[in-house]
Write a new protein. Structure first.
Length: 253
């Protein structure tokens, strides 16, 4: 199952913060490709954060494909700054593409509910919460953590609370189907928890997916979504499904 869109897109008001975040992630990744030392200097390393020390040299990390060497280089700013820079960096095209797809699908709704500046603050705080969750689980790890997954997990958490009745379009067995958002995101959460529990024995010693970061970001998003649901009024907008139906076009599921 591969989600591609939802049925509640506000066509009248582009989500400029989400678009800007997407562009920033792409540009930073392109810079990573041009300058590998940038990744070494600006990714977040749990041991650096917990001990407030800038590691140098080479770390040997186990992976499903065998041992790999990861260069570690000092950055020009305080170590804590890497908690922010790391959430704009990615480990490959698939990592980047998957994260940006989810930001594109779910980010606009949450941004329109929060407002641009509040959404930006929420996005960054979710990313920080994700990093802290991963560091708490493996404080002595020398494996760099990077990616927007934690922040976007926060977006998914807020979306689940604020828009549980929305429909998500997904490709399944070469067909486009419509599935309730609560099912799609609930399945995503279950996969994170199941996979995370299964990888507990190797946390901090092997590379791979930072499931603790995903869960930490998601929990932050759920909390923010609950607060928003209680305190914020929903702004009127014209979702895609309303425009689509007004034209008399048959909706296919």
């Amino acid at each position: 199952m591969f989600p591609i869109s939802d049925d509640d897109r506000d066509l009248m008001s582009p989500a400029w913060v989400s678009i800007s975040l997407l562009a920033a992630n792409v540009l930073v990744f392109l810079y990573q490709l041009a300058d590998p030392a940038f990744t070494a200097g600006f990714s977040a390393i749990p041991q650096e954060i917990t001990e407030n020390v800038d590691l140098v040299g080479t770390a040997v990390v186990n992976s499903p494909h065998g041992a790999i060497e990861i260069p570690q280089a000092p950055g020009p700013w305080p170590i804590q700054f890497t908690l922010l820079t790391a959430m704009f960096m990615h480990g490959g095209w698939a990592h980047l593409g998957g994260n940006m797809l989810y930001l594109w699908i779910f980010g606009d709704n949450v941004e329109h509910r929060f407002g641009g500046l509040k959404f930006l603050a929420f996005y960054l705080i979710s990313g920080l919460a994700a990093s802290f969750a991963q560091i708490a689980l493996a404080p002595d790890s020398v494996i760099p953590t990077l990616g927007a997954s934690g922040a976007i997990s926060g977006v998914l958490g807020a979306y689940l609370v604020l828009f549980p009745r929305n429909q998500v379009m997904a490709v399944f067995l070469f067909r486009i189907i419509s599935i309730p958002a609560v099912f799609v995101l609930g399945l995503w959460v279950a996969m994170q928890i199941f996979s995370g529990v299964g990888s507990l024995g190797s946390v901090g010693t092997t590379g791979g997916v930072a499931y603790a970061a995903h869960v930490g970001g998601f929990v932050a998003g759920v909390v923010a979504g609950i607060i928003a649901r209680v305190t914020m009024k929903q702004e009127p907008h014209t979702p895609f499904r309303e425009i689509y139906d007004r034209r008399g076009t048959r909706r296919m599921f």
